[in-house]
Design a protein around this ligand. Structure first.
Ligand SMILES: [Fe+2]
Length: 340
């Protein structure tokens, strides 16, 4: 049966979707421009009670993963228009699909393809012609692995939601951190950071102040000067946040950002009084974004400043020794490119 909207070919196993117990059946996408190889693999999967979905090209495969909840992909390497490496690279760069295990189907002893497959983020290889006794145990392992990762991912999502709820205590918009998230992504791309750094910074945009859960509203929303004791409570939010986010295995680079996003260039910040380049680079970048966002946002205790005024304050803070002057300068240039 040919699905014209995606260019994918759905196997007969897929036609059984909706029957009792099918929601627990793993869905495996078989991608190969050779119909014979594809059908043989799908037949093996059918016999093992998996739902097999077939795609005849890399482009069809990318459409399929948007349409179905795929648990694993069996991916051919050599295909016209878009080869398997490129398909894999795109899947692994997309947070929505990066957890799907990709098993390349390669010719035995094709070492060059295996190296390229690993570089593209592939998880495993199986030799063609496919041996059913080799294929099935591997699939079982990878599907179990993927489902464990999904459970962890749900924990991450729960933390993101808690952080958002906490932020709504002092933000006055419907979608609290969206603006900071967008700004973070745009500045990260402007600085040409790599994918992992962008992911960690974006996670920081959501989670950096999750430690404010430990700050009572009376202190968090106070309009007057904080006492020394109140200040000490506020400053603990970076340590509480770091502890809360420690179990997030996918965002290891997030922890130094959370811990150090209130350090100052001259060492007068907290919690560790780090100076200059001993402050982690991503924490410096995130701090720049966080300060600009805070200055230009409306809060219960302050008005939103316009962009030139916020930049002027950041410049004054750089001259005072609190901020990395080069980074503030880069951020100014970045904002100018956005207003052009
Ligand atoms: Fe903070």
């Amino acid at each position: 049966m040919h699905d014209k909207s995606t260019g994918a070919i759905l196997s007969r196993t897929d036609l059984n979707r909706g029957q009792e117990g099918d929601q627990d059946k793993a869905k495996i996408l078989v991608v190969d421009d050779n119909a014979l190889t594809r059908n043989l693999a799908a037949e093996m999967l059918f016999l093992e009670n998996y739902t097999a979905i077939e795609a005849e090209s890399g482009i069809a495969a990318l459409e399929c993963v948007q349409q179905f909840q795929i648990d694993l992909i069996l991916l051919d390497v050599l295909m016209p228009l878009m080869n398997g490496f490129e398909v894999c690279r795109r899947l692994k760069q997309d947070p929505r699909t990066q957890l799907i295990p990709v098993v390349f189907m390669t010719v035995a002893d094709d070492r060059a393809s295996r190296v390229k497959g690993l570089e593209a983020g592939g998880d495993d290889f199986i030799s063609k012609p496919i041996d059913r006794l080799e294929l099935i145990p591997r699939l079982r392992n990878w599907i179990r692995h993927k489902r464990l990762n999904e459970d962890l991912n749900q924990t991450e999502q729960a933390l993101f939601s808690i952080a958002q709820a906490l932020e709504s205590r002092y933000r006055k918009t419907d979608q609290p951190s969206d603006r900071l998230v967008q700004l973070t992504e745009a500045f990260s791309h402007y600085l040409q950071l790599d994918f992992a750094d962008i992911q960690n910074l974006t996670a920081a945009a959501h989670l950096h102040d999750i430690g404010t859960v430990a700050i009572p509203d009376a202190i968090l929303l106070k309009t007057g000067q904080l006492t020394a004791a109140e200040k000490a409570i506020v400053e603990k939010h970076v340590l509480v946040g770091e502890r809360l986010c420690r179990p997030l295995r996918n965002f290891r680079g997030l922890l130094p950002i959370i811990r150090h996003h209130h350090e100052r260039w001259d060492g007068s910040g907290y919690p560790d009084g780090l100076q200059q380049d001993s402050i982690p680079w991503l924490a410096q970048i995130f701090q720049t974004l966080d300060i600009y966002d805070a200055l230009t946002s409306l809060r219960p205790y302050k008005q939103a400043l316009d962009s030139p005024t916020a930049l002027q304050i950041m410049q004054q803070e750089a001259e005072r020794g609190w901020r990395n002057p080069d980074l503030v300068q880069k951020f100014r240039q970045f904002l100018q490119t956005r207003s052009c």
